[in-house]
Write a protein that binds this ligand. Structure first.
Ligand code: 0CM
Ligand code: SF4
Length: 320
């Protein structure tokens, strides 16, 4: 027991909301139900959500995570991850005759639908997002051409659409709300006629977790974010705390915590990305208690009640 690393009577403040969002709940539920209904193995294209614990748990229960459809045998059951897939992947999977369940978050699908609809009307797109992220590949891959990625303000200066009469902007769902607003403003300055979505593409879960970290950072001497390195939305939370002048660290599990981070700290803020399970948050709480924190309280925050319906074909006998 490493007592009194923190200040005497240090407290832990838990952000609200934190952790699983409706899209992650649904995606994990789809893999679990597929395992129960069809038996193992169930193939999953890409990590179902970007979390090491979730992926390892499903692996142990018979899920096989792949990146390339060549790795999936004929006749297999295949789940697309919450981040979505390109049209090419969708079509190739259908061509190969797999039994497919699409765990793409409905809020990502909404962006895909908007892109396809406006493209039919002759629009080109500026997409704000992180290069190489599977959601960006999936959304850009809704079209063969005419969708241009910008990652930062420099890219906005460089981007060259073929025409500017019919131009629309779309974003990845899990960006920094503030960065996305600044990049969108620059895009609008360069292309004043550009069409914006009615509602921003950044999802409610990303927005709410960032709002909560802003509040948490005003109360805490350090902010810990539970999340895996590949998780965009989790990274944005730790980055936000640091931008607000509070030391912010992301940990995949309690084992990543370092006692020296907590030396003399009075208030420890704790949150979790949309793909990080609460069990890991509780293990982190236990470890910070072992460093000397004596109390835990929940911040006030937005209550999330959203629940997305499952795709057809996954009803279980145990469902009432
Ligand atoms: O997009 P991001 O990297 O944040 O994904 P995640 O799996 O960590 O979070 C849930 C989602 C989506 C889409
Ligand atoms: Fe959907 Fe947002 Fe959750 Fe991603 S973070 S799964 S877009 S609700």
């Amino acid at each position: 027991m490493q007592n009194h690393v923190t200040a005497a009577d240090a407290s832990i403040v838990l952000a609200e909301p934190r952790g699983f969002c409706a899209g992650v709940d649904r995606a994990i539920d789809i893999v679990e139900r597929a395992l129960l209904k069809f038996g193992k193995p169930i193939y999953v294209r890409h990590e179902i959500v970007h979390n090491t614990y979730v992926v390892n748990d499903l692996k142990a229960r018979g899920a096989i995570f792949i990146e390339d459809l060549d790795e999936v045998p004929a006749g297999a059951t295949l789940v697309f991850s919450a981040h979505g897939v390109s049209k090419a992947v969708q079509q190739e999977a259908a061509r190969r005759g797999f039994r497919i369940f699409d765990a793409t978050c409905p809020l990502v699908t909404k962006v895909h639908v908007e892109v396809a609809k406006l493209a039919r009307e002759g629009y080109e797109f500026i997409m704000i997002g992180h290069k190489g992220h599977p959601e960006v590949e999936g959304t850009m891959g809704q079209l063969d051409a005419g969708i241009h990625l910008v990652e930062d303000l420099d890219d906005v200066v460089r981007v060259e659409p073929a025409q500017t009469d019919k131009l629309a902007v779309v974003t990845q769902t899990t960006l920094s709300v503030d960065d996305a607003a600044a990049i969108t403003a620059a895009v609008k300055q360069r292309f004043p006629q550009i069409r914006e979505p009615k509602q921003q593409d950044i999802c409610y879960a990303t927005q709410n977790r960032q709002d909560a970290v802003k509040l948490l950072s005003s109360q805490a001497d350090i902010v810990i974010v539970v999340g895996s390195p590949s998780s965009s939305n989790s990274n944005r939370l730790a980055e936000l705390a640091r931008r607000l002048g509070v030391p912010g660290y992301m940990v995949d599990s309690a084992g990543d915590l370092r006692p020296e981070w907590f030396e003399g700290k009075q208030t420890v803020g704790l949150t979790a990305g949309a793909s990080a399970p609460e069990v890991l948050v509780q293990q982190v709480v236990q470890q910070i208690r072992a460093y000397g924190a004596t109390s835990v309280r929940n911040m006030d925050g937005v209550v999330e009640n959203l629940k997305f319906p499952l795709p057809k074909g996954l009803k279980l006998d145990s469902d009432s």
